[in-house]
Design a binder for this molecule. Structure first.
Ligand code: PAF
Length: 281
């Protein structure tokens, strides 16, 4: 496994693979890798001849009051995780390598980026789209792998690929969870013991919504109310949003008559956690 810090190194490696007729799978990450990332790499290794993983904490997607400085980092462990999951090349650039001093081109999207998490994190998805577009242009993968836990990110990247005619396939992979149901996330490390215990309520609340849907309840307000009530039963957790939206447009649906995304975000102390499920009729 190679580690490249420059765009040129990645381009040279990928070009050599292409000359041999090999396919390339790509897993973009911000590092501090966990089993969720590992599952993306495993799938990429299964479906492609070569796998590139980027490890880059993208300053552009953090708000001024967010955790850019404290975002967890452990490159040594990340290298071991990548090697054990069949990665061929890690791209680990500096911020200077990715964004020159005079950088001034961004990828903006209307609508999809302003709802759900975009409401509490203005500018976040502009930063995500811009860095992912750059990474796609650098790596030029056949397939790129993202976690379904970040459902809005998946919908936005798929739309960007479609709207801008990027020649690759975006593949969403299922959420990997802790034993109590909490979705794996690099940010779970911020939770203290009490907060960690309380966090399980997020998946439980989505479980209540799933049961309501399975019982035939179709009114979104009723399902959203059940999520709100369950979250409110845990004093240490504050709801940001509980929404039911169309899978592609992310627009709210009043009645769940077609497959829909049920998504929620909460604050546990200062940590923001998200989770979701897709309801298939
Ligand atoms: O999901 C993430 O870790 C990031 O948003 C991504 C896709 C690597 C872009 O920085």
């Amino acid at each position: 496994m190679k580690i490249g810090n420059t765009i040129q190194e990645v381009r040279e490696n990928v070009k050599a693979w292409r000359t041999e007729g090999l396919t390339v799978g790509f897993v973009p990450t911000m590092g501090y890798l966990h089993e969720g990332h590992q599952s993306l790499m495993n799938r990429a290794a299964k479906e492609n001849d070569r796998v590139v993983v980027s490890i880059f904490i993208n300053p552009l997607q953090f708000g001024k009051k967010e955790d850019l400085e404290t975002y967890p980092r452990d490159l040594e462990k990340d290298i071991i995780v990548c090697a054990s999951a069949g990665t061929n090349l890690i791209f680990h650039p500096t911020a200077e390598e990715m964004y020159g001093e005079d950088f001034c081109s961004f990828v903006d999207m209307n609508g999809l980026t302003d709802t759900l998490c975009g409401k509490s994190r203005p500018g976040h998805f502009r930063g995500v789209c811009t860095v992912v577009m750059k990474l796609f242009n650098i790596v030029k993968p056949d397939r790129a792998y993202f976690g379904q836990k970040d459902a809005q990110q998946v919908a936005i990247i798929k739309r960007m690929v479609r709207d801008l005619n990027l020649d690759l396939e975006v593949i969403a992979c299922g959420t990997i969870r802790e034993a109590d149901g909490l979705a794996k996330s690099s940010r779970n490390i911020y939770l203290n013991h009490e907060e960690r215990k309380a966090s399980a309520i997020l998946k439980e609340a989505l479980g209540v919504a799933e049961k309501k849907l399975a019982a035939g309840i179709r009114a979104s307000v009723e399902i959203q109310r059940s999520i709100r009530e369950k979250i409110a039963s845990e004093a240490a957790v504050r709801l940001d949003y509980a929404e039911i939206v169309d899978l592609e447009t992310l627009l709210p649906v009043n009645r769940v008559e077609a497959p829909a995304l049920v998504a929620a975000a909460v604050y546990v102390g200062k940590t923001r956690l998200i989770d979701n499920f897709i309801y298939e009729i």
